[in-house]
Design a protein around this ligand. Structure first.
Ligand SMILES: Nc1nc2c(ncn2[C@@H]2O[C@H](COP(=O)(O)OP(=O)(O)O)[C@@H](O)[C@H]2O)c(=O)[nH]1
Ligand SMILES: Nc1ncnc2c1ncn2[C@@H]1O[C@H](COP(=O)(O)OP(=O)(O)O)[C@@H](O)[C@H]1O
Length: 402
């Protein structure tokens, strides 16, 4: 049995409080966070997604911020309310599950990091809310030829429904067997530089003379599929992600010796002699950096491949060989049409237009954001949504996620 909120009934009747704003075919909501007023809605007729504009009190003017992340599709039936000092919760009425809860991040660590990168104080980011948890993303780094790709491949083959690969962008030329969109998004430098300027990247770095980067979308796509994201990125990228809000596990793969590394690079046969030399020169610095205190959670020596793979699986908590350990617990409940919203602490009470409050009704829901995790880039996970009777208690047949 879940908690029985004695105040629920009153809160439901009170409706709009705690900064809750509602729009029904009226174009926009206004939410105040700190000194700024965030207007969210479909005021821009030409747009296909929900727009954001901000009234900045200190400047005394409206600004149109850079909006990062996948944007919610248009809807003119919205609730918005502030959640702390750093984000706005948006509820899209009548939208399908997984498209009905969104967070507009206005001052989270990710947004602050992006403000620095973009050199602008006007940056916000959308993050879609999803029920339940998926495991933390996994960042894998190590010198070229050490066996990162081989180990990742083995994980993806053994656990296809659990892991998804973050497909990076790169300006390097594709290798013979590489497929655009699967191994990398192969791109022109000018295009990638423009996209970096537009704030589309979580991190990027110049590696062995080419530009590589993880787009925000590549991480979000994996999260949307309910999978755990694996990032194969260099040490500079790992540092950038460590400094970001992406709560990940960081693993460094090290070779048994420099001679072995050279042998593997040559046996792969994908690089010219000049490229091999460049990779070997860079390997020394990467191996030193891999030992930087606080950067990597685990360092694995890839000597015997099977032994290293087994250690990797163990530290990821994958003791079974079948793909039946999916850690993503996703509960799907559709929201009814909501006609009042109120917030008490980290619980948001949603009451449906069809609710018959006099009778015990299944049309009252609690959205519990207390175990919220993640956020932009990627998704906001750990949300719990459960129906309640107005006078407390969980509705029959539902259990609370914990
Ligand atoms: N920072 C960063 N590094 C990346 C990214 N994608 C790949 N890399 C790194 O770039 C380096 C070169 O990758 P690649 O050209 O595929 O060669 P390989 O490592 O020899 O297979 C490796 O260290 C990768 O981990 C990315 O999106 N960001
Ligand atoms: N433990 C290992 N022992 C011997 N060869 C290995 C081992 N792990 C990987 N390899 C081989 O080394 C080469 C480089 O591996 P790869 O996964 O492409 O490295 P990376 O992705 O780190 O650049 C490949 O030919 C691969 O088959």
């Amino acid at each position: 049995m879940g908690e029985a909120p004695a105040f629920l009934f009153d809160d439901l009747l009170k409706g709009s409080d705690n900064g809750v704003d509602f729009v029904y075919k009226d174009r926009e909501t206004t939410t105040i966070v700190g000194k700024a007023k965030y207007v969210i809605g479909d005021y821009d007729d030409s747009a296909l997604s929900i727009g954001v504009k901000v009234f900045n009190d200190s400047l005394g003017m409206w600004v149109y911020p850079t909006v990062l992340g996948t944007k919610p599709n248009l809807s003119s039936d919205l609730w918005t309310l502030p959640l702390g000092e750093d984000r706005v919760l948006m509820i899209k009425n009548g939208a399908i599950t997984d498209d009905n809860l969104w967070f507009l991040e206005v001052d989270t660590p990710f947004v602050r990091q992006q403000k620095k990168i973009l050199g602008s104080s006007n940056v916000v980011a959308w993050s879609k809310g999803v029920m339940g948890y998926a495991g933390k993303p996994i960042v894998i780094s190590g010198p070229s030829g050490v066996g990162k790709g081989t180990l990742i491949n083995k994980l993806m083959i053994e656990f296809p429904s659990m892991f998804g690969f973050s497909v990076s962008h790169t300006t390097r030329a594709p290798r013979e067997k590489e497929v655009n969109g699967i191994h990398y998004h192969f791109t022109e430098r000018a295009v990638m530089e423009k996209e970096i300027k537009d704030g589309k990247f979580l991190e990027f770095a110049s590696v062995h003379g080419n530009l590589y980067g993880t787009s925000i979308e590549s991480v979000e796509v994996v999260a949307d599929a309910g999978k755990r994201c694996i990032l194969d990125i260099d040490v500079q990228g790992a540092k950038a992600v460590r400094a970001s809000s992406l709560d990940a596990i960081f693993i460094f793969i090290s070779p048994p010796s420099c001679e072995d590394l050279e042998k593997r690079l040559r046996s792969r046969g994908t690089e010219t002699e000049e490229q091999i030399q460049k990779r070997l020169r860079n390997a020394k610095g990467e191996l030193d950096e891999g030992k930087s205190p606080g950067l990597f959670d685990h360092i694995l020596v890839n000597d015997d491949l099977e032994a290293c793979y087994k250690t990797l699986k163990n530290l990821l908590g994958l003791h079974e060989s079948a793909d039946n350990t999916n850690q993503s617990v996703r509960k799907k409940i559709g929201l009814p049409q909501v006609n009042s919203v109120s917030k008490v602490g980290s619980k948001i009470y949603l009451n449906s237009a069809n609710a018959d409050i006099g009778n015990a009704s299944m049309n009252s829901f609690v959205l519990d954001v207390s175990s919220r995790k993640g956020g932009a880039p990627g998704r906001t996970r750990g949300l719990d949504l459960y129906p309640v009777y107005p006078f407390g208690g969980l509705a029959n047949g539902f259990s609370k996620l914990s």
